[in-house]
Design a binder for this molecule. Structure first.
Ligand SMILES: [Mg+2]
Length: 123
């Protein structure tokens, strides 16, 4: 199955993500979720990623075999983290930028534009 691709940044994504969560019939039960409910959902996706990573670590799958599914689980993690930002009334893009700058300053890092990591950097 192929999906249409969108030119999205975090601001676009956050709007679409929250709108889908609040209006899609399949997600109707999520509309009244508490902060804790969303946090548990996020943790479940982290667990799914860790389970796959565990399988790579013990040799059930190679990293190449698992890479696409690991990416999907991380996308699920980001999706729920973004929904939590919305639930808190926070802007994901602003929070990411502010936190990145906060940590960069704390560690004395001067941000420069860098290339996107290439697949296969993970060991
Ligand atoms: Mg998942």
């Amino acid at each position: 199955m192929s999906y249409p691709t969108y030119d999205m940044n975090f601001a676009d994504f956050q709007g679409r993500n929250w709108q889908r969560a609040m209006t899609a019939e399949k997600f109707a039960k999520c509309r009244d979720w508490t902060l804790n409910d969303w946090a548990v959902a996020l943790t479940g996706e982290v667990g799914e990623f860790c389970n796959l990573s565990k399988k790579v670590s013990r040799g059930d799958l190679t990293l190449d075999e698992a890479r696409a599914d690991l990416g999907k689980e991380l996308a699920d993690v980001l999706t729920y983290a973004d929904l939590l930002m919305s639930k808190l009334g926070l802007n994901t893009d602003e929070q990411l930028s502010a936190k990145f700058e906060e940590v960069s300053e704390r560690i004395g890092y001067r941000a420069e534009r860098v290339a996107t990591p290439t697949p296969g950097d993970a060991k």
